[in-house]
Design a protein around this ligand. Structure first.
Ligand SMILES: C[S@@+](CC[C@H](N)C(=O)[O-])C[C@H]1O[C@@H](n2cnc3c(N)ncnc32)[C@H](O)[C@@H]1O
Length: 470
């Protein structure tokens, strides 16, 4: 649209400015705004639109100035507050932005655009509950607004880790836990489920016949969800969901008539076993919460390791040549370890798999904080990575593991597919052959595991720079 200002009233010029802006031409819109302002320099609506145009063309200080002036002239309009909020966010004045959105919402409480903008700003400052409430109101007001739904869903999805989906769909895991619960539970059992999540294992325990189940879940969103799920599945009379970390459970308050649970089920294991605080959770439960002869599921957890040749795996987290250029300096920023589904990368085990740490979960034995393992190589090749996986001993009958298939193993049987494997790369990779060993020095601090891998036959001064190991 070409601007022609002659003989147009300021109102007409403002209308044309709006039209240009909506059609994506802020420059033309600015020209109309300026023409309208030459007749009435304090027209709040025109100043506000000019501010919006200036913001759209990147002149944020000028935009802020015009929007503030529009608010001074007419403080009852929500739109300038909304856009001044956006400008403030972009220039890093977050507190001021929140104040602007709050004003805008006070003036127009049912405006979906304001609700969304304010919620996003609150989310950005970590005020998730407030943001969630605003998104929910926006969804109620405009159920078919795609952005509102997306934002609300995006925020919800931040409250519960995505792996919960793969986990509840891991049929092997579910079946084995249920089988072990059936063996452990009697009609008189009081079961404590620590880390109840959706309440799945609690409902299995109730279905197995337990008299009472205490479902303890630290995450407030999950605990609220578990209550609903338990109720909808008809188990509210026997399962009590408690939203607390188990370390804060008080037997006098939280257990039925102070009776100590005689079965513990706790599936609180990450890809390296102990990252979710499982060791402290089990130790505390065994010593402070359970009856002395309680059945503990699982009773032991093992972190396994395998030395692997897999060029593909190495390329997921290491760099050398790319398009003929040496990019190996990128390795300065490579992750120490990363989790991924190693089964989807073809790989060969170059040595027998080995337990790195064995954790007793019954509160009787401590696991040494450091181990030094010399792993004999059995196949020649290039060792690209140490791959970790976990194994849980549920009871005498059942062991669960997340060992990936190596060497294109066919029909290796059932395994739990939701726990990813953790990969630690050797940078650079190490050429190996039978008769050699690679040394794995691993440490844990009850929460994290760290390892270094090196060829003990090579003097430290002769090891290539960037290689893990002392
Ligand atoms: C791996 S999920 C298992 C969920 C559910 N038990 C299942 O098997 O489907 C672990 C859950 O435990 C919770 N959690 C971990 N440690 C906890 C603790 N000490 N007390 C309460 N909840 C805990 C986490 O918030 C998470 O929801």
């Amino acid at each position: 649209m070409n601007a022609s200002f002659d003989g147009l009233s300021p109102d007409k010029q403002l209308a044309l400015a709006r039209q240009c802006f909506e059609q994506g031409d802020p420059w033309q819109a600015m020209a109309y705004c300026k023409a309208a302002l030459s007749a009435d320099k304090d027209h709040a609506g025109t100043l506000a639109l000019l501010g919006q145009c200036l913001a759209a063309t990147g002149d944020l200080p000028a935009a802020g100035h015009r929007l503030s002036r529009a608010i001074e002239i007419d403080p009852e309009q929500a739109t300038p507050y909304l856009h001044l909020g956006e400008v403030n966010l972009q220039i890093g004045c977050t507190e001021e932005a929140l104040r602007c959105y709050q004003h805008a919402l006070q003036l127009q409480p049912d405006d979906v655009v304001i609700l969304n903008a304010y919620a996003l700003a609150l989310w950005g400052t970590g005020q998730l509950d407030e943001a969630r409430a605003l998104f929910q109101r926006a969804v109620q007001l405009a159920p078919n607004n795609a952005f509102t739904r997306r934002n609300a869903q995006l925020l919800n999805s931040r409250l519960v880790d995505r792996w919960h989906f793969a986990m509840v769909n891991d049929e092997v895991r579910n079946r084995q836990f249920e089988a072990a619960l059936k063996r452990a539970v009697t009609p008189d059992s009081v079961v404590l489920d620590i880390g109840a999540g959706t309440g799945l294992l609690s409902m299995m325990a109730a279905r197995a016949g337990a008299r009472h189940v205490i479902a303890c879940e630290a995450n407030p969103a999950l605990a609220a969800l578990a209550k609903d799920i338990v109720r909808d599945n008809g188990y509210s009379d026997r399962i009590r969901v408690i939203n607390k970390p188990s370390l804060q459970l008080d037997p006098a308050v939280d257990f039925p008539r102070d009776r100590r649970p005689d079965v513990l089920v706790a599936e609180v294991f990450d890809t390296m076993v102990i990252g979710e605080g499982a060791l402290n959770t089990f130790a505390h439960a065994c010593h402070r919460l359970l009856s002395p002869d309680a059945v503990i599921l699982p009773r032991q957890a093992v972190l396994y390791g395998g030395l692997v040749e897999s060029e593909r795996l190495w390329r997921e987290g290491g760099a050398d040549q790319a398009a003929g250029f040496d990019l190996s300096q990128l390795n300065t920023f490579r992750p120490d370890t990363f989790a991924l589904e190693a089964a989807s990368f073809s790989g060969r085990l170059l040595a027998d798999e080995f337990p790195v740490f064995t954790f007793d979960l019954m509160g009787k034995q401590q696991t040494p904080a450091t181990v030094c393992l010399d792993i004999p190589i059995v196949k020649a090749g290039i060792c690209h990575a140490l791959v970790f996986w976990i194994q849980l001993q549920l009871d005498d009958a059942v062991t669960l593991d997340s060992r990936p298939a190596f060497d294109a193993e066919a029909g290796r049987g059932e395994y739990c597919n939701h726990w990813y494997q953790v990969v630690q790369l050797l940078t650079p990779p190490v050429q190996v052959k039978p008769g050699m060993t690679l040394r794995v020095e691993a440490s844990h601090n009850r929460q994290n595991v760290a390892a270094v891998i090196y060829d003990p036959g090579v003097k430290p001064s002769d090891r290539p720079a960037g290689r893990a190991g002392p």
